[in-house]
Design a protein around this ligand. Structure first.
Ligand code: SF4
Length: 217
């Protein structure tokens, strides 16, 4: 085996173990090696009717899923492009559209080796939608977000994903300067709601595409 084949073997084995555990937790789960295959898998899992809620996800952006859907003519709940000029209260109200969408799309901040999903959220629309939102939820996660333990998953979410999302969103929180969490307790903190998705209920409602590429933060 050459180096590339060994890397591919390693990813495939880890992903197969995690996907198998996810299925036992009620998720649908599939592993694909490439971003192109992941985009196709995500689109294949979307319902053909009803609106789609696009939650903030650099992973979905990098896969090209959101750009595709924005040109598809589908009815969207798309706060990244549709809330400019709204007051914060109006923007939050728009985000509540996730609860009436046919499906929502998102990623996770981390996944542990037992197949659980970890997310930290600012206003809660993502974790609320994951838990009690649309009938169908499609989650795409790069294997760069795989953590060996729950503690490592939270560490990743808090110390890697959140500071990088602060930087992306141009927030003036201390992590956006240092690159690590300072438990800032500011009104602009994006770390207010912490959720572990341990199982999918109903079974099959949450569908996870594990991707053998580095995606998102
Ligand atoms: S709690 Fe504050 S400092 Fe820590 S990652 Fe979140 S926003 Fe940044």
């Amino acid at each position: 085996m050459n180096d590339a084949e060994i890397v591919a073997w390693h990813k495939k084995n880890l992903a197969a173990e995690v996907a198998g555990k996810m299925v036992k937790r009620g998720f649908k789960a599939v592993y694909v090696p490439t971003a192109a295959e992941a985009k196709a898998a995500v689109l294949d899992w979307l319902p053909t009717d009803g609106s789609l809620a696009l939650l903030g996800s650099q992973t979905m952006n990098q896969l090209g899923v959101y750009a595709h859907l924005r040109q598809s003519g589908r009815q969207l709940v798309d706060h990244a492009t549709q809330t400019a000029g709204l007051t914060p209260a109006e923007a939050d109200n728009y985000k509540r559209g996730v609860f009436t969408a046919a499906a929502m799309l998102t990623s996770a901040n981390a996944v542990d080796m037992e197949g659980r999903l970890y997310n930290i959220d600012g206003v809660g629309n993502r974790v609320a939608g994951l838990i009690f939102g649309p009938d169908s939820v499609v989650v795409a996660v790069g294997l760069n977000k795989l953590a060996p333990t729950p503690e490592a998953a939270w560490q990743r979410a808090r110390q890697v994903a959140s500071p990088m999302n602060n930087k992306r969103l141009n927030y003036n929180n201390p992590c956006a300067k240092s690159g690590r969490c300072h438990d800032c307790q500011t009104v602009t903190s994006i770390c207010n709601y912490f959720a572990v998705i341990d199982r999918s209920r109903p079974e099959g409602r949450i569908k996870v595409v594990l991707v053998g590429e580095d995606l998102g933060y």
